[in-house]
Design a protein around this ligand. Structure first.
Ligand SMILES: Nc1ncnc2c1ncn2[C@@H]1O[C@H](COP(=O)(O)OP(=O)(O)O)[C@@H](O)[C@H]1O
Ligand SMILES: CC(C)(COP(=O)(O)O)[C@@H](O)C(=O)NCCC(=O)O
Ligand SMILES: [K+]
Length: 261
């Protein structure tokens, strides 16, 4: 198997995100739950990940021997588990060619922004609808303008369900419920989703006031849910937001390519 095959692993606060690349070509992408240390150790000592790919790594067999893994993690306890893997390359903020970043900026945010700028040009704004929902923007000089962090979709529902006596845990719905709820679950749906949509609209409009021609890309596990709800409320704005499921992988691929130069 060619040495141009490699894996990207993004460790988010909810789960693992995997991609298999052949050089700069994305072959497959998939998500898994966190893996226990014992499995990671087995993977580390195994010379062929095919055995693991069916059950654990991917819904398809990946025929690669000890592939390098390029890892970007915002969960240090999970990163520690993966350090036992022999062919591991940890990506740090210092390796991302953006100016003006602050030391604690999430590597996932930096990579997604790099990926967006490399693909659609700078300025660029990224919305990552993950465990947390983040906005991260850079100007035409690839300098970080800044961003914002709020609880993600599921986290908002969880906070209400877990921190109140009277509210049930409600699953996010693909369809936008009526704004004026007439039951507890629909009131929660309304409150979370209409407020999220209004907030996102406000942030992207503020961004476009400063950078009218900028691309705005959305990624993360709740990307489609948010875009669908957005579409119903503000189809004009929704049409200008790019759905980009692999944005962080695009950034990791830029990093990989920079090593090859
Ligand atoms: N199987 C799943 N596990 C966890 N979250 C999921 C799953 N399927 C969809 N989601 C949605 O994805 C969101 C998390 O986004 P994701 O990008 O996976 O997070 P992170 O990168 O922070 O781990 C949650 O808010 C949830 O609504
Ligand atoms: C904001 C985040 C929690 C988002 O993580 P995610 O929702 O993707 O799991 C992560 O990027 C992080 O820990 N950032 C550090 C703080 C910062 O970016 O300012
Ligand atoms: K945290």
């Amino acid at each position: 198997m060619s040495k141009s095959h490699w894996l990207a692993l993004v460790i988010g606060n909810s789960r693992l995100h995997w991609a298999w690349f052949n050089a700069e070509r994305l072959q497959a992408a998939w998500d898994t739950a966190y893996l226990p240390a014992s499995i990671v150790q087995k993977l580390a000592s195994c010379h062929d990940i095919t055995d693991f790919s069916q059950e654990i790594l991917a819904p398809r067999a990946i025929n690669i021997t000890s592939p390098p893994i390029y890892i970007a993690s915002v969960v240090p306890s999970q990163t520690a588990i993966w350090r036992t893997y022999p062919n591991l390359h940890e990506i740090t903020l210092a390796q991302v060619p953006l100016q003006g970043v602050y030391p604690t900026l999430g590597i996932d945010r930096a990579l997604a922004l790099w990926g967006a700028g490399a693909t659609w040009g700078f300025p660029a704004l990224v919305i990552d609808a993950g465990t947390a929902l983040t906005f991260t923007g850079a100007n035409g000089d690839r300098t970080l303008v800044g961003g914002a962090i709020l609880p993600g979709v599921r986290l908002q529902f969880q906070a209400l369900g877990e921190r109140t006596a009277g509210l049930p845990l409600v699953d996010p719905q693909e369809l936008l419920s009526p704004r004026w709820g007439l039951s507890t679950p629909t009131s929660i749906q309304s409150g979370v989703m209409y407020t999220l949509i209004a907030g996102i609209k406000d942030f992207v409009n503020a961004w476009w006031q400063e950078f009218p021609a900028s691309c705005v890309a959305i990624t993360g596990g709740d990307r489609t849910l948010i875009l669908n709800c957005f579409q119903l409320q503000h189809p004009d704005i929704a049409a200008k937001i790019t759905s980009a499921p692999h944005l962080i992988f695009q950034g990791i691929c830029c990093y990989w390519a920079s090593l090859e130069e």
